[in-house]
Design a protein around this ligand. Sequence first.
Ligand code: C2E
Ligand code: MG
Ligand code: MG
Length: 734
Amino acid sequence: MAPGTSLNDEAGCGSAKHAMTLIAILDDRVTNRNIFSRLAATLEEGAEVQAFGDPCEALAALANADPDLVITDFKMPNMDGAEFTRRFRALPHGADIPVIVITVYEDRGFRLRALEAGATDFLQSPVDHQEFITRARNLLKLSKQQRLIKSRALSLESELAASERSRQALLRDSRERLVQVIDTIPAMISATDESGAYIFINAYQAQFSGVDPAQCAGIDPVATFGPAYAARSRALDRLVFEGGEALPAYEEEIIDRSGMPRVFLTTKSPLHDETNTVVGVLTSAIDITERKQAESRLRHIAHHDSLTRLPNRLLLQHRLQRELARDRRGGRLFALHFIDLDRFKEINDAFGHQFGDQLLHAVAGRLSHLTRESDTVARLGGDEFAILQTDLRDSDDAAALARQVVEVLSQPFGIEGQTLTLSASIGITIYPRDGSVLDELLRNADLAMYRAKSDGGAGFRFYCADMNQSVREAIRLEADLRQAVAENQFVLHFQPQVNVESGQIIGMEALLRWERPGVGLVKPGEFLSLAEETGLIMPINTWVLREACRQARAWRERGLPPLRLAINLSPVQFRRQNVYELVLQALDDTGIDPHYLELELTETILMENAEASVKTLRALQALGVTFAIDDFGTGYSSLSYVKNFPVDRLKIDQSFVRNLKTDPSDTAIVRAIINLGHSLAIQVVAEGVETREQFTQLAAEGCDEVQGYLFAPPLSAADFEALIVKDRALPHPV
Ligand code: C2E
Ligand code: MG
Ligand code: MG
């Protein structure tokens, strides 16, 4: 196998493969040229030999060829071998190709010149053929190896360059893509260096801050978002630099270019270099303003009453909790007012829910006006409100506020062209005296309110420990009263009314009694206001009306003389029942003569919804029914009632009768009522006459009728019947 072949094989299919071996011979003598050419041709099979006689001609030819070996004579006429070698070496490909110089001189100077010019080896002339072949073959082999190495290095280099180019392209590409992606994220993304200046900002941040992303490098965030943001951001950046770890996400407010504050959810994480050193901070801030606004809207809805816009029970509880939490060290004092409007349900029923809503709205407005910024007015539901009054000096402050609440609510409200007044019952608890936890404070305030209500409303009560007991009793009373209605545990007693002049019983008042199991006979004073509050008065009084008429009818049937029958009506009935229908029904059902039926009205009945009341009364009057104003003198005692309503009798309240002898002003009032009645042709009855003195004095003043223990207390139907049967005429006291 020829050496050239093996070399080519080693080169494989490399890109630097040298097509054919080329050997150049230069000698000015033809004989030498031929010998050397022949020898060179044997060096490798298929090798091409080019022989030249003139160095210049050779250089010109070799400038375009690429020989593997050059063999040159030293001594030539125009140019010696050293000069030729030097010039050949200067050719673009001449540097690495072996050059053998053939010299006859053994002179060291010539050889040095040749070496300096770049000769690779020497051959002594006359040339030993075997040496020529050996040396030439060795150098040829070396040249080929060098050529191969060089070509491999070259191809490797170009491969490397190509892969580096594609790597760079890829990198550039992916970086661009990354930036594109980052630019589409709807969040501010920026990178800052150790000095806090920007390295990079994305499109969103650019738009938000007005900074050109291409110009952002080196810009301080202070220039975009102001000093407060910059200081905060820098301090947090330092934490990232020092800790080398991402910070937990936090919310921050950033002012936008139009000066509007917006809320961002921000995270900061470190940027590392190849050696894992932190070289920057990546900040991403997501705009959560809309989400926060939606959240706060939802929170507002969840924490406020939609009708009055006041805080609701939930928010009140939060505020209470906050106050409790603030008192870790003790010494704080605050009050919780539990406010319930009196008789709101009736107003709602009478005027409609829309009217009721407007009234609640107006109440909310007045309460809010009354309180300080630090207090909380809340609507707990229905007609229940609460005030959390903070920073009290003592309970007097709470009493003062409660008094103001009662006062402002008692001022007339004008709604839908109607004017009406309200009252409220207020229960107050003081922290920490009346409770140390929320539920306890609320519950006790509720209890105190309940007490204020059962004491007649229109006032306030501070909670005290024994209320638990009395409220429990009140709650039991209500349950029992409901049962009383269901089981009809009521009876009627009858109290005679006596004509002053004749001493004859001319009438009777039906008075309600409750046979409460386990308690005995209970008078209306103990359950009437509860019955009115709960509306139970309606079934009760419907029964009273019918039962009284039934009893009167039974007495008539048994031959007793006809007596006027007086029945008490409740304002609640006028508000919520059709009184005309009710009375008509009772008359129809029992068949008694309407002329013997008298209805006792209170001033409240006449005052409220006066127009409707007048109509009802006139219709009943047309049937023959008569009317008395009960407890006259205790209410407004307005002359207009007496004038506008079909009044037949005034009943002087027993409180004026009681002190007739001792209190001259009571005497004056009694006299005034009698005169007023008589001047309008209205009869006057005195209630609660207990003594002869009272009777004498009333008789002297011209009072028409009397009713009281002096003659008889309210009696059971049987006792009353016995009394009438025994003696229609009571012993005349005078
Ligand atoms: P009223 O209509 O003023 O009835 C008179 C009250 O005075 C009765 O009290 C009666 O027992 C009491 N009385 C009578 N004579 C004397 C006396 O000489 N001295 C004293 N100290 N009291 C006397 P009673 O039966 O407890 O009724 C209280 C109130 O309850 C009644 O006052 C009336 O407003 C109301 N009431 C009674 N029955 C009914 C009823 O069926 N329906 C309604 N809505 N109210 C009723
Ligand atoms: Mg009465
Ligand atoms: Mg009375």
